[in-house]
Design a protein around this ligand. Structure first.
Ligand code: AHR
Length: 496
């Protein structure tokens, strides 16, 4: 197929907030135990953190990591996870039907974040607990000293406050599976009080109100409106969560899910702005897309109740998943004027780009690569390319463009990068990329992932699905001619 992409500096969507490349670690399965934390592992450091995991997390370049859940946080007593390890209680985790030893907790996570070059996005329990325990945690984490909770932190060996700036007000409180699930009104009230008290404890923090657990939630829309009307003045962001799966083995529909994602984002922005208008407010609420991924491969995996760190939600990703992850991240960037935070859920072992064997090796899942490319190269501002390409119809959608693309422009480093997914399983595309006012810019690097079966997966002994370099595209005047393969992920870097 023939296609055209036109780009100019004026096609600016917005500055990219680096936190859009965030991720998530929950006390779930082997994310913590056997994932980031495994004392006794050959690569474990003095804190019991797996160095092989830290190395890959750093490659992935994740600026912020949400913790400790997820569903887990709605039954979590944060006090169980601080202080001398020998005094910490073992608890039943009702979210995931497992046993939580609490040998890893908040301070361990903060230490891990420092080593991973990440900030923490901390979630508080508004399921079984409330504003009081939430503000106590802010005091424990962020207050300098001379108060009961901050002095307790010091007594635990952490003299300096951690200074956590971003806080989630619970998790998926609309979901019937959530411990302490609430109506939108009840949640709005408790979130408002918690946020007020947390900010009175530390006025430098920002808070995230729980939006719906997905676009398919029966109360989607009404939930956001009601809770926002109550808590608007005291919160800063509203959350979105969405997972996709190719349940019917219908790849064209699976890859077209970004159309639905686009509409989901647009609707949440509209609800935020509707409430803003209704309140005659000058404040704009931005979006925190703090759970997104492909999740379905592991749905029917059996598990024994109350195991310690059992393998749960261990999706092994294939090549078509990598293409959707690239397309989803492109869609998030298309809204970077409003989406300031996003978290690929999750980071290690549990629906994750990094996979470990407990006591053994590690490998990069297929989805690792598009995320790595965007988080490392997608800097500066996002530009909305004008894309002219053929479209297709499938079971779930009509008029799906075969090409999904975004450009990022880092003015300071004079780097323009185009990210592009070709969703066609049959046809490659010859794309004329017209760089209108990027005088002197030439192709510098062309990376792609292509040529794999849609079901191709990576494993410990077969990490074969990975990117490769291509010959540079030719360029005449301001037009580069880029040939992308069928069913491919592509990164084209331009510089002076
Ligand atoms: O990421 C896995 C789970 O998905 C999280 O615990 C929950 O918030 C969501 O339903």
């Amino acid at each position: 197929m023939k296609a055209k992409i036109t780009l100019a500096k004026e096609f600016k969507i917005g500055e990219i907030d680096n936190r859009i490349y965030g991720s998530f670690i929950e006390h779930l399965g082997r994310a913590v135990y056997g994932g980031i934390y495994e004392p006794g592992h050959p690569t474990a450091d003095e804190d019991g953190f797996r160095q092989d995991v830290l190395d890959l997390v750093k490659k992935l370049n994740v600026p912020i990591v949400r913790y400790p859940g997820g569903n887990f946080v709605s039954g979590y007593n944060w006090e169980d996870g601080v202080g001398p390890v020998e005094n910490r209680p073992t608890r039943l985790d009702l979210a995931w039907n497992t046993t939580e030893p609490n040998t890893f907790g908040t301070n361990e996570f903060m230490k891990w974040c420092k080593k991973a070059n990440s900030d923490c996005m901390m979630a508080v329990n508004l399921g079984t607990r409330g504003p009081e325990e939430a503000r106590n945690l802010v005091e424990y984490m962020n207050h300098k000293g001379n108060s009961a909770w901050s002095d307790l932190r010091k007594a635990h060996g952490y003299d300096e406050p951690w200074g956590v700036k971003l806080w989630c007000l619970g998790n998926e409180m609309d979901g019937r599976w959530q411990m302490g699930a609430k109506t939108a009104t009840d949640y709005g009230l408790i979130a408002n009080e918690a946020s007020k008290m947390m900010k009175w404890t530390d006025d430098s923090i920002e808070t995230v109100l729980c939006g719906s657990s997905s676009r398919n939630s029966p109360t989607f829309g009404q939930w956001e409106q009601t809770s926002l009307e109550i808590a608007y003045d005291s919160i800063d962001y509203v959350s979105l969560h969405q997972y996709y799966g190719n349940h019917d083995d219908d790849t064209p529909s699976f890859l077209a899910r970004t159309l639905e994602l686009e509409e989901f984002i647009y609707t949440v922005i509209c609800v935020c702005d509707y409430v803003k208008a209704k309140k005659r407010s000058n404040k704009t609420i931005n979006l925190s897309f703090d759970e997104w991924n492909v999740w379905y491969h592991s749905n029917n995996a059996p598990h024994k109740p109350w195991d310690y760190a059992p393998p749960r939600l261990e999706d092994i990703y294939n090549f078509e998943d990598a293409l959707l992850i690239g397309a989803m991240l492109i869609t998030l960037l298309r809204h970077c004027d409003r989406i300031k935070i996003a978290c690929l859920a999750q980071l290690v072992n549990v629906i994750a780009p990094i996979f470990t064997q407990t006591g053994g090796g590690i490998f990069k899942q297929t989805i690792f690569y598009p995320f790595e490319h965007l988080s490392n190269f997608g800097k500066g501002v996002a530009l909305n390319p004008i894309i002219n390409c053929p479209k297709y119809d499938c079971k779930a959608f009509t008029d799906v463009p075969y090409l999904e693309s975004i450009a990022t422009y880092d003015e300071e480093n004079e780097e323009l990068v185009i990210f592009c997914v070709n969703k066609s399983q049959e046809d490659g595309a010859v794309i004329d990329v017209n760089l209108l006012d990027f005088e002197g810019y030439k192709p510098k690097e062309f990376i792609s992932m292509d040529g794999y079966d849609k079901n191709a997966e990576n494993g410990i002994d077969n990490p074969f699905v990975k990117p490769h370099l291509n010959e540079l595209p030719t360029m005449e005047n301001s037009v580069a001619t880029v040939a992308v393969k069928p069913f491919s992920w592509n990164v084209i870097k331009f510089g002076k």
